[in-house]
Ligand binder design. Structure first.
Ligand SMILES: Cc1ncc(COP(=O)(O)O)c(C=O)c1O
Length: 469
């Protein structure tokens, strides 16, 4: 491409993105199609001859990219949303343009310095000691997988291994256990308490039962912010138990980890620094574009022991101590330069902006909880934790059975989905169907939250949604 064509294309892409961000709040937080429409664009044969690059760009922007959940929308409350900073977006563009492969020191010493520095920021925020370290990963799922590999490689006896986690743990964690070869019957979902936190006495009973049966308990995977309710497991008690039993403790802080930036979050996540490994996602509560996961381990040598295998073709990349090869710390050899987006975002806005964004969204969630409590037809179903609010429409507390309430709330959810600007999702709390807001976006205002709750209430009051009959 000519210089002019490259600049014109990049300029247009930037303009379109800035326009998109400006228009986002007025749009719906979701747009999608049933199978036929996207397929008609995507299933075309690849053209033999090229087309004007600006036309291709416009087509992508018109036909493909908007047809999504708009996760950065201020009313995107479903699952775990994401609202990236502009410097973070541009960092990904730059890292792609420079075509960085953050695999080894030889290939990427500058990027490796930045990854070391950013991982070290995270280490200090989490209260981890010197000697702890890690790497950027695609996300929390990859972090859990790498952590369990490290746990297995560090275990005195990895045969007949078992792992333990609460029944609220995200499915990516048992999947990681499955990938490392632990069969389903040795992946234990320990019951959680009334606030959806792992019950430590039930954990102790399960571990004791396994030991008596000749199974070798390997690891406990605790939560610092479950996806369903934001619950934080009792980390100090779990750490105590794991230390006494010689078990690896992994904490899945993919969602909640960056709450440690705030005073309240630090108190809630107390004990996390005693874990052997921690997964946390900067593409969630640290405002980065996908993908920006991170795994930290208390002793970085455990990762290098697990993943640092030799290959002759890479022999020139061994530069000795102080020059880590990130490829020796995890699954990937070729790796994107993910740390740059965090570095550029923090340099641009300063840490205080991130702290305020995290605590501001926690405050909104707490306020939503109080608002729901005060509404006669809404019911809070779990304590508000971090930025997550679980609730339902319950017009007549005594009168509706659980089946009718589930039917009503499913209908309300569908109504919000198709007819309201907000995107809300649901979860199941043991057996109770729950609507759920995850408030994370630094652009979300109280009006965004309140109007969404009001819409839920209004839809719940529509006669045709009345589930009592
Ligand atoms: C608590 C929790 N753990 C793990 C994950 C998976 O993380 P990722 O999608 O970044 O792999 C999520 C995703 O939402 C999550 O909320």
């Amino acid at each position: 491409m000519s210089r002019e064509a490259m600049l014109e294309l990049a300029q247009r892409a930037a303009e379109l993105l800035v326009e998109w961000n400006e228009q986002l709040p007025a749009m719906d937080a979701w747009d999608g199609e049933f199978r036929e429409a996207p397929a008609s664009v995507a299933s075309e044969e690849p053209p033999e001859n090229g087309q004007p690059a600006l036309d291709v760009l416009e087509r992508a922007v018109q036909k493909i990219l908007p047809t999504t959940a708009r996760l950065a929308h201020p009313r995107s409350f479903a699952f775990v949303p994401s609202s990236p900073t502009w410097p973070g977006v541009l960092a990904d563009f730059l890292a792609s343009g420079y075509n960085v492969n953050a695999c080894t020191w030889l290939v990427a010493s500058g990027p490796s310095e930045v990854e070391l520095a950013v991982v070290d920021w995270f280490r200090r925020w989490l209260g981890y000691p010197e000697g702890a370290g890690g790497l950027f990963t695609s996300g929390g799922a990859a972090a859990a997988l790498d952590a369990l590999v490290a746990a297995r490689e560090a275990a005195a006896n990895p045969q007949r291994a078992s792992v333990y986690m609460s029944d609220q743990t995200h499915s990516v964690v048992p999947r990681a256990a499955r990938i490392i070869g632990i069969p389903g019957e040795r992946i234990h979902f320990v019951r959680s308490d009334s606030e959806y936190r792992l019950d430590v006495s039930a954990l102790a009973e399960t571990v004791a039962r396994d030991r008596a049966a000749g199974v070798h308990p390997l690891a406990v995977c605790a939560n610092a912010g479950t996806a369903s309710t934001g619950a934080v497991d009792p980390l100090p008690a779990i750490a105590e138990f794991c230390e006494a039993e010689g078990l690896w403790l992994h904490v899945d802080a993919a969602y909640g980890g960056f709450a440690v930036l705030t005073h309240q979050g630090k108190m809630l996540l107390r004990g996390i620094e005693r874990a052997d490994s921690i997964g946390l996602d900067a593409h969630k509560w640290f405002y980065q574009p996908y993908e920006a996961g991170c795994l930290l381990v208390k002793d970085v040598r455990t990762l290098e022991h697990a993943f640092g295998l030799h290959h002759d073709v890479l022999q020139d990349t061994v530069w000795g101590a102080g020059h880590p090869n990130f490829a020796d710390r995890g699954l990937q050899l070729s790796r994107a330069f993910r740390a740059l987006k965090v570095w550029m975002s923090v340099q641009t806005f300063g840490l205080a902006a991130f702290r305020e964004a995290v605590s501001g969204t926690m405050d909104l969630a707490a306020r939503a909880g109080r608002y729901i409590d005060a509404r006669p037809t809404l019911e809070l179903l779990a304590p508000v934790s971090l930025g997550i609010v679980c609730f339902r429409v319950n017009p007549d507390r005594a009168g509706f059975g659980e089946t009718a309430l589930e039917k009503l709330n499913r209908a309300v959810l569908a109504r919000v989905f198709w007819d309201d600007r907000a995107l809300v999702s649901s979860t199941t709390l043991v057996e109770t169907f729950s609507l759920r807001l995850c408030i994370l976006n630094h652009n979300t205002t109280w009006d965004d939250v309140r109007e969404t709750l009001d819409a839920v209430e209004r839809f719940g009051a529509e006669p045709r949604l009345d589930a009592s009959g």
